[in-house]
Design a protein. Sequence first.
Length: 316
Amino acid sequence: MHKSTDIVFLLLEEFSHLAFSCALEPLRIANLVSERELYRWRLASVDGVSATCSNRAVTLVNAGLQPLARGEQLFLVSGINVHNHVSQKLLSYLRAERARGTPIGAICSGAYVLAEAGFLDERRAAIHWEFHDLFTEKFPDVQLVKSVFVSDEKFVTASGGAAAADLMLHIIARDHGRELAAAVADQMVYNAVREGSAIQRVSFRSRHGMRSPRLAQAVKMMEENLEAPVSSRQMADTLGISTRQLERLFGRYLNSTPKRYLLELRLHRARHLIVQTDRPITDIALACGFNSSSHFSKAYRHHFGHSPASQRSTLN
């Protein structure tokens, strides 16, 4: 007789309802399509009563932070403001489950919690792209990837949203074959199932509807060197074109200049760090390539309509 796989979804406050649904529904549909109870699940939260997701819907749960039964797997599901929902009680619970041999995975921003618990050092992990700046600053020993999910590490991680469905379809295929996984995807009207190595964000070329390898390479150089920005001349020399040609590419496809586009990239990264971390604003300015706090504050106010300090004060 086939034994069911038992999964506990631990929901943190402000968890992503989309990611949770994308993780749970493929399991339900697998049972439906196969006409067998291949998967069973329970819901848990820190207080053992309920968890409120980021869209303010309240989900009732079956359990709190009690030890899992032998053979159960744990998936941590979180969302926005994850750093506000990490407690010593939660970390102690996760460490105890790890010591007991419980398989542990994480969805959306859940990798942040696993990293806080010390599980991911020197391991590959996926997290929603919006948390990449925060994550790389705080956990430099974790091998953060841009992939939609990582399934071949001890701790499985998915980046959130539809990536949770990709991971679960991958698990269903691994457990019960590709034919069942394909049937589940068909039931979901999901015809773009991705492998774990797929990149999270839409490619730069697709997003802007253009075909310029040189411009895409220039933007990649900018994104990878925000702390020590490269000049237009350096980029042009690397690409084998003139500075004037580089400026024409930015003007034609992005209605911008290299200098202005780079400044916007640096400011948006700074905003992520202000919103998602408690780092001093002066440190954030340096991390985003600003040598002067006053210059940073002035540029930030001009772009976003308020100062870095007032941005952070709205979060308290």
